[in-house]
Design a protein around this ligand. Structure first.
Ligand SMILES: C[S@@+](CC[C@H](N)C(=O)[O-])C[C@H]1O[C@@H](n2cnc3c(N)ncnc32)[C@H](O)[C@@H]1O
Length: 319
């Protein structure tokens, strides 16, 4: 694994359009509900005794699921997740005269966001606690000719090494971590510490509002959808884990209480997951239309509120 314990640097080059992490299309028909990686396609309430006390997931669990995770990322719904998130970030990042930024990708996994941003000329430090994820991030960066622009650091997000937590980063991403933690405010506070004042923060998580809709549409099960209205837990298939579901409405006040301003709310996959024919999404023309639709609606209410994921961007510090 390259990189390791170097601090943020101002390196990198502008390299035009982002590298795509999408793999080849997969012709096989998807099992029902594959679009969100939830077990059996369900966002059913998790009823196992004791699950409330088992939120933090061990790194080994993420490492063990590398193959499933890669398949998910390469599927249309995984590609959309990355493409729309990148487009939303670019709205805030790429101003005229903007140079390379120092970006910290917390719980960055195998570098799906990091390599796209490195391809835009930025330097990205990926932090993750799972070694196989980090090794895959380093491989992905090297395969894209971006090894110099991506640094990988193994650490727990809630116990960052001092050289990362000093407030020197221009941008911090915290994408799809909140569903694995109990203490949202504490995790967000830890995530904001490495960000400089005036820097951009981006947090993404599974949207609890989408849970009942997802069950109703994909499974045609109104009773299960009704049950899903009043739970903040579900079981996810990809990492075989219990997820905690949040809403943007809950997270925005936390961000503000931590000193963030200019909060923008985006929805990711406002339509994809409610189209039940997953196989059709692998058709390039269909996918292109779907991507255009998702890009057109990511910042457009009411779709922001019912999309599968929410992404919040914010600026750290008061005016
Ligand atoms: C669902 S993946 C998300 C990866 C990437 N951020 C994305 O949105 O595609 C969750 C990642 O969070 C990492 N993770 C979970 N809890 C963590 C923690 N406390 N500290 C560091 N990494 C963590 C896992 O190892 C895994 O790579």
């Amino acid at each position: 694994m390259p990189g390791g314990l170097t601090g943020p640097r101002r390196t990198g080059r502008r390299a035009g359009p982002s590298a795509s992490t999408a793999g080849p299309g997969r012709p096989a028909r998807e099992p029902a509900g594959a679009a969100d990686g939830l077990r059996g396609g369900r966002t059913r309430p998790e009823r196992r005794p004791g699950y409330r006390h088992r939120m933090a997931e061990a790194p080994e669990k993420f490492d063990a699921a590398m193959t499933a995770w890669r398949e998910w990322q390469d599927a249309p719904w995984g590609r959309l997740r990355h493409t729309i998130a990148e487009a939303n970030l670019v709205r805030h990042l790429d101003g005229p005269g903007g140079g390379p930024l120092r970006i910290l990708d917390l719980a960055g996994g195998d570098g799906g966001d990091a390599v796209r941003l490195a391809a835009r000329g930025h330097h990205v430090t990926v932090v993750d606690h799972a070694p196989a994820m980090l090794a895959a991030a380093a491989e992905r960066a090297a395969a894209s000719g971006l090894a110099e622009s991506v640094t990988c650091v193994r650490a727990d997000v809630t116990a960052l090494p001092a050289h990362l937590a000093g407030g020197e980063f221009d941008v911090v991403l915290c994408h799809n971590l909140l569903q694995y933690v109990d203490d949202v405010a504490g995790t967000l506070a830890a995530a904001l510490a490495p960000l400089r004042s005036g820097g951009l923060f981006s947090v993404m998580a599974v949207n609890r509002h989408s849970a009942a809709l997802n069950i109703a549409v994909r499974e045609g099960d109104p009773a299960a959808a009704l049950a899903a209205l009043d739970t903040d837990r579900s079981r996810a298939r990809t990492f075989d884990s219990v997820l905690r579901l949040h809403t943007a409405e809950e997270v925005v006040p936390v961000l503000r209480s931590l000193g963030c301003r200019d909060v923008h709310h985006y929805g990711i996959r406002g339509f994809c997951d409610y189209i039940t024919d997953d196989a059709r999404k692998r058709d390039p023309a269909f996918y292109a239309d779907l991507e255009r639709l998702e890009l057109a609606t990511t910042a457009r209410p009411p779709y922001t509120h019912t999309a599968r994921l929410f992404q919040l961007t914010a600026t750290k510090g008061g005016r």
